[in-house]
Design a protein around this ligand. Structure first.
Ligand SMILES: Nc1ncnc2c1ncn2[C@@H]1O[C@H](COP(=O)(O)OP(=O)(O)OP(=O)(O)O)[C@@H](O)[C@H]1O
Length: 283
């Protein structure tokens, strides 16, 4: 399933959260909206999933116009919000049962689907644990599993790994990839973690201050900047210089004669954003 977003605008009082945002989510892709806090990512997701109404602009799911009242399209969407909105006093299975009933999954299918999901999320051993007692990573799997129970064609993940430790984050990345590959689900995710967008997505939209400022495949975006970054620590600041080969970067490093401390690393998406805005995303 594909999404086409054209010129979305949304204001909250005097705050213009979205200032004419257009983008496409291709069928079967993992597409990232990457940008700092307050860029407008959650607002965009909330509009695309029917939680909020835009002031202006259009959304098409496979060429069908979308409005918050379009329940047919809403049934094809799975949503994982930024915060784990689980019922802490219900077990994993009970949380999923409630969702299955709400989504009208029939009784016979319900049990099969939940068993399948326990296996897929790796939560089988914890199925009778109360959600409030699960670790952060497991809670996330519970919420993602819940969003997948009604077999959506598109999954929305709003900052899927925020607040998780690096090891749990990596496991979750593998899990998210498997949703795309094994279930054939198109995924749109928002994140302010550079590595998350780089690891997961095949297409990235940089969003900043309510606008898309750059888009492309991670590799080609990085190649536009260069291959290697030389970070020079100078006057309590880091200055980045970009090179197309390690040899050039090393020559520049040597020319500093050890006056400043410096290091060479591969170019990442943070460099793309930094070159565009003069700021870093991850603060
Ligand atoms: N309900 C609201 N009322 C007033 N202002 C809002 C509301 N929702 C969002 N905003 C403002 O709109 C702008 C975009 O917020 P949004 O939550 O979409 O950004 P974000 O990129 O998702 O960042 P974060 O990851 O911190 O949520 C911000 O300036 C925010 O303060």
């Amino acid at each position: 399933m594909q999404i086409e977003v054209i010129n979305l605008e949304k204001s909250f009082g005097n705050t213009k959260a979205l200032k004419g945002v257009s983008f496409t989510v291709k069928h079967n892709s993992i597409t990232a909206l990457l940008g700092p806090n307050g860029a407008g990512k959650t607002t965009a997701i909330n509009i695309l999933t029917g939680l909020l109404k835009q002031d202006r602009g259009e959304i098409f799911y496979d060429k069908t116009p979308f409005t918050p009242k379009n329940n047919k399209i809403k049934k094809l969407i799975g949503v994982v919000p930024q915060h784990n909105n689980v019922d802490r006093d219900l077990t994993v299975v009970e949380n999923w049962l409630v969702h299955s009933i709400l989504y009208g999954i029939n009784k016979e299918k319900r049990i099969n689907k939940i068993n399948e999901m326990l296996h897929f999320t790796g939560l089988s051993k914890h199925k009778d644990k109360k959600a409030g007692k699960l670790s952060g990573g497991m809670k996330r799997r519970l919420v993602i599993g819940r969003a997948l129970l009604h077999e959506p064609k598109i999954l929305f993940l709003d900052e899927p790994t925020v607040g998780l430790d690096p090891a749990t984050r990596r496991h979750l990345w593998d899990f998210i990839k498997s949703i795309n590959i094994k279930l054939g689900c198109t995924i749109i995710l928002t994140t302010h973690y550079i590595e998350e967008a780089e690891t997961l997505s095949n297409y990235v939209y940089f969003i900043d201050n309510g606008k898309i400022i750059k888009e492309g495949e991670p590799e080609s975006l990085k190649n536009e900047v260069g291959k290697y970054t030389l970070e020079i620590f100078k006057d309590n600041k880091t200055v980045e210089e970009y090179f197309n080969s390690k040899k050039e970067a090393l020559e520049r490093l040597n020319s500093l004669n050890g006056v400043y401390s410096a290091k060479i690393r591969e170019v990442n998406l943070e460099d793309v954003y930094l070159k565009l805005t003069g700021r870093k995303i991850e603060i």
